[in-house]
Structures are given as structure tokens and as C-alpha cells.
Design a protein around this ligand. Structure first.
Ligand SMILES: [Zn+2]
Ligand SMILES: [Zn+2]
Length: 281
């Protein structure tokens, strides 16, 4: 088993990195990638503190060396993209010699002004931002979210796109439906950009195992489009606790298989490769 989306005590996870390695060994996983939230320039509850990033990178490198031969450990970050605010992914990549970057949008910048709409976390933040920043205009708000992802792909070239349709989580079917034409169109436009830049897209199981969504990130119709556009997919858990490392993976592999995928993508010391889904289901 393989998981590249892992948060530890260095950011908003529950335990020290070594606890996740022990659990990964117990589960006989082949690769474990760590992806702390990259530091942000403003106060928040979830990301690495600027002063801690070097300690984080050093600790993952130490584990990489001490568990060599038992499991492949990779050093990554989940980096936010907020135009004009976040650091360049390439700067992070080079400075900390990272194995990969998961690029995600958790905060949507208002089309005018500097207000940020926090789409993750509590539902009331989502609702307040929609009202105050976007004047209740869900189509404008969701379009701004996907445009920001498109801009992230083009300008930052993330190795992996994180939970591409996380915007659905706090919507809970209230303001828009995923089968509305405009929504399908903006998602499809975003996938075209992803395919052009040869990004990996993650199937992220966290929404389902936390009970926050009925479907994985991304939804089945998005996976169908990924398949037809030739976008490569990997399975991640976005674990915030060691026991979450591979939660719902069996269901995820079954879904990929029934969608028509033959392979999933993985990363290891040698880089990116594909392995047949038959290895998992
Ligand atoms: Zn995230
Ligand atoms: Zn995450």
C-alpha cells in the first residue's frame, strides 16, 4: 500500500512522524509520504510554523535513512496556493529538497480585494464567506475556487493536485448540485489544464471516512473524465492520525476499477510510475 498525504504533529496531525512509520510497517506499506501543510504568512491553526519547517524536513530525512530497506519514506509538503500570498512551490521544492508537492486550495481569494474564503473546516465559515465575500453568488464563488486551482497548476506545477473538488464538502448539496451544467463545465475546464500539465490527481478518501462527504474527492463523474483525458490518478488518505493511513482504500480501488482504470500511479525514490490495479483488487 502507498499513501502520500499525511499530516503529523508538526502541523494539524495527532502524532509524531515515527508513529506513522510504525503503523505503515505494521500494515506492510511500501511507501509512506509525509505532506505537512506548508507555512502560511498569517496566523492559522493548521499549517507548519515557519520556524518548524527545517525541523520537520530534518526529521523526515532522519526517518528515511533509519528505515531504509524496510519502507520507502518520502519528504513532501501540501502547499496552499493563494495568488500573491503563498511562496512559490519551486522555492519550497529546491530549498527543502522535497520529493513532491501536493498543491491544494483551502482559501479562495476574492476576485476583488484581499478577503479569503476558507472553504475547509467549519460549515459556518463557508457560509459566512459565501455571503460576505461573494454576496451569496455560489456560481461566482465556485468559479473563483476552480480558477485558482487552474492558476496553481499553470504557475506552480504541483506534482499532485490535492482534493480537487473539496468545495463540495461544505456545500452539502445546499447551494449547487454537481450535475448543474456550469459546475460540470468548470470542473472539466480544470481537468483539461491538469491533463495539459501532466499533473497527478489524487483520489482522497478523507471526506468519506470522516463522514463529511458521501463520495470521495473527486466525485465519480470527475474520475470518469480523468480517465477519458488520460489524467493519472493515485489514492491518498489525507491521514491526520496513524490509524487513518489507508482508510477506505479498498473502496477507492474498487471505484477506480469499476470506472475503467487499469492502473494507479505511485511515487518512490525513482520517481513516478504506474502499477496495475489488480495489485489491490
Ligand atoms: Zn488539504
Ligand atoms: Zn491534507
Amino acid at each position: 500500500m502507498y499513501n502520500y498525504h499525511t499530516h503529523t504533529q508538526f502541523c494539524d496531525g495527532s502524532s509524531q512522524p515515527v508513529r506513522y512509520v510504525e503503523e505503515a510497517l505494521r500494515q506492510k506499506m511500501q511507501v509512506l509520504g509525509f505532506s505537512a501543510h506548508a507555512p502560511l504568512s498569517f496566523e492559522n491553526e493548521w499549517s507548519l510554523k515557519k520556524a518548524d519547517i527545517s525541523k520537520y524536513v530534518a526529521e523526515i530525512e532522519r526517518l528515511k535513512t533509519s528505515y531504509k530497506g524496510q519502507i520507502c519514506i518520502l519528504n513532501g509538503l501540501e502547499a496552499d496556493y493563494i495568488p500573491g500570498i503563498t511562496q512559490k512551490f519551486d522555492t519550497l521544492r529546491k530549498k527543502f529538497r522535497l520529493d513532491y508537492i501536493i498543491g491544494s486550495v483551502h482559501l479562495v481569494k476574492a476576485p476583488e480585494g484581499d478577503a479569503l474564503w476558507f472553504i475547509d473546516g467549519a460549515v459556518h465559515n463557508f457560509d459566512n464567506g459565501l455571503a460576505e465575500i461573494f454576496n451569496h453568488n455560489i456560481r461566482r464563488a465556485v468559479t473563483a475556487y476552480y480558477k485558482q486551482i487552474q492558476e496553481m497548476i499553470v504557475t506552480q506545477k504541483p506534482d499532485i493536485i490535492g482534493h480537487i473538488d473539496k468545495i463540495k464538502m461544505n456545500n452539502k448539496g445546499r447551494f449547487f448540485s454537481e450535475d448543474e451544467g456550469w459546475y460540470e463545465q468548470i470542473v472539466t475546464d480544470t481537468l483539461y489544464v491538469a491533463s495539459r500539465y501532466n499533473c497527478l490527481l489524487e483520489l482522497n478518501t478523507r471526506g468519506v471516512y470522516t463522514g463529511k462527504t458521501d463520495t470521495f474527492f473527486p466525485s465519480p463523474f470527475v474520475l470518469e473524465r480523468c480517465l477519458s483525458l488520460g489524467i493519472k490518478v493515485m489514492v491518498n488518505s489525507d491521514a491526520h492520525r496513524p490509524e487513518q493511513l489507508t482508510l477506505k482504500f479498498k473502496n477507492a480501488f474498487d471505484l477506480l476499477k469499476s470506472t475503467g482504470f487499469k492502473n494507479v500511479s505511485i511515487l518512490d525514490e525513482m520517481g513516478r510510475k504506474e502499477i496495475p490495479l489488480t495489485a489491490f483488487c
